[in-house]
Design a protein around this ligand. Structure first.
Ligand SMILES: [Zn+2]
Length: 281
């Protein structure tokens, strides 16, 4: 290892600066969203079966709610613009703007060139959890999604019910496309209910048993027309293993809710990002 310079400690002691101060982000009108949610009615209920995924459509201005129903279970969520699958959830930029985990009042942002809010978290029954003594927290945007390629790389396995494959099959069915085409649209997820962090000593991604219990739920407001897919991860509550049939797994419930007419006041779906896209040419 390289010999540290004489001022190594002084360099380490420099305080950090937040990369993206987010005070200037357009803010959601949460009181309006919450009032609209109070009057909203469930119009569709879908179940993601254990080690499988479901898809669902949410019109702009509606809500969707993911609930734990039978036992602790984490879910891997993909979101697309229902009219243009190339606009999809951007986990990395959401992380840069809000942090490693998201909760009430924070938003799921879409990919370039649109970079606009796709969904806003209106309620989160696990918002009490905060950050635990291990540095763990809930609903992460740091993991990618469990996938068969990494399993093959690390253990030589051929496992077909990782979230990546579950999401691929769900999108293929929803859009009547081949799994080869559907796979190209699957992207890094919001890990719903998953409790994760990075170890302080090695910086490695860790998971631990999710604090989610039946009845817990997270509710999103759809800012644009959405197509969603949710996988009930083969890791179950992610207390021990994923990418196998070992863990105890449970379904997850997705409900789509329509607000009462006029409940959103003068709310309007956000336009695409305002950058002119000339890139200095
Ligand atoms: Zn998974």
């Amino acid at each position: 290892m390289t010999t540290p310079p004489s001022d190594a400690e002084a360099r380490r002691a420099i305080p950090p600066v937040i990369c993206y101060p987010n005070e200037t982000l357009p803010q959601p009108d949460l009181p309006v969203y919450r009032a609209a949610l109070e009057s909203a009615a469930v119009i569709e209920t879908i179940l993601a079966q254990p080690r499988n995924a479901c898809s669902f459509a949410v019109p702009a201005g509606h809500f969707f709610r993911i609930s734990s129903v039978e036992g602790p279970q984490v879910g891997d969520l993909n979101l697309w613009n229902a009219q243009d699958l190339s606009e999809r959830f951007y986990s990395g930029k959401t992380r840069a703007l809000h942090g490693t985990h998201v909760t009430t009042g924070e938003r799921l942002w879409s990919s370039f060139p649109n970079l606009r809010p796709m969904a806003t978290i209106v309620e989160d029954s696990l918002d009490w959890y905060g950050i635990d003594a291990f540095g763990g927290s809930v609903h992460d945007v740091i993991g990618t999604r469990c996938d068969p390629y990494t399993g093959n790389l690390l253990a030589g396995t051929q496992y077909h019910h990782c979230c990546h494959s579950n999401l691929t099959r769900a999108l293929a069915v929803a859009r009547q496309m081949s799994v080869e085409e559907a796979e190209t649209h699957v992207h890094d997820v919001l890990n719903v209910f998953m409790c994760t962090g990075f170890t302080r000593d090695t910086g490695q991604y860790f998971m631990k048993a999710s604090p989610v219990r039946p009845g817990d739920q997270i509710t999103f407001f759809a800012e644009i027309d959405l197509l969603g897919a949710l996988s009930a991860c083969p890791g179950g509550d992610c207390s021990a293993q994923h990418s196998s049939d070992t863990a105890e797994c449970h379904p997850l419930k997705v409900e789509v809710l329509a607000p009462a007419t006029g409940a959103l006041g003068d709310w309007q779906s956000p336009p695409p990002n305002g950058y002119d896209r000339t890139h200095g040419v």
